[in-house]
Design a protein around this ligand. Sequence first.
Ligand code: TYD
Length: 203
Amino acid sequence: MLITFEGIDGAGKSTQINKLVSYLNSKNREVLTLREPGGTEVAEKIRTILLESRHEISPIGELLLFSASRVELVQQVIRPALAVGKTVILDRFFDSTTAYQGYGRGIDLSLLQSIIDISTCGTVPDITFYLDIEPEEALHRKFEHELLDRMERSGLEFYQHVRRGYLEMISRNKERFVCIDALLPEVTIQGQIIAFLEERFPA
Ligand code: TYD
């Protein structure tokens, strides 16, 4: 089973992923946790190129780098793990590309879709948890705690487009996405995620 988490930077995905992994481990489920971009030696190198703030990268270059990182992770790690029945939890997947490079950077969505099809080898999550937060609030959370990476320097308007992208994707794909208010208390969000998983996948 492939579970993905999505949301703009600062939505709190990592916290929720850690909590979910602990919960699944307590149920004796073997879980593999990964993040994009990254997860293989080459993909981690691409991650550094993409996120270091000193690099200037064109939108298409950015799209291709995220996609190159993805194809390594999908072929070397994700597909083999799914093939032996593991539960894979992935912090971002191709929905990030649609939201950030498509809606955020303005790359044509049908061009983007063909590159996504190639880079994922047709792999689609069983369920995607989207943590929804206003960009103002999310950036405020980030600013308080850490230096911003290259993507996070893209500005408020960029993030407003990204969020609109996510919300549009969700409205078109209600079967796969679960939209959660990221401002709810952490424990409430965790309860919602677990309740949803138990209802949808009782085994
Ligand atoms: P990361 O530090 O992992 O951010 P977060 O903790 O918010 O997930 O950095 C990943 C950044 O790359 C994040 O700003 C989202 C962006 N991104 C894209 O623009 N396109 C993509 O396809 C992916 C996977 C990530």
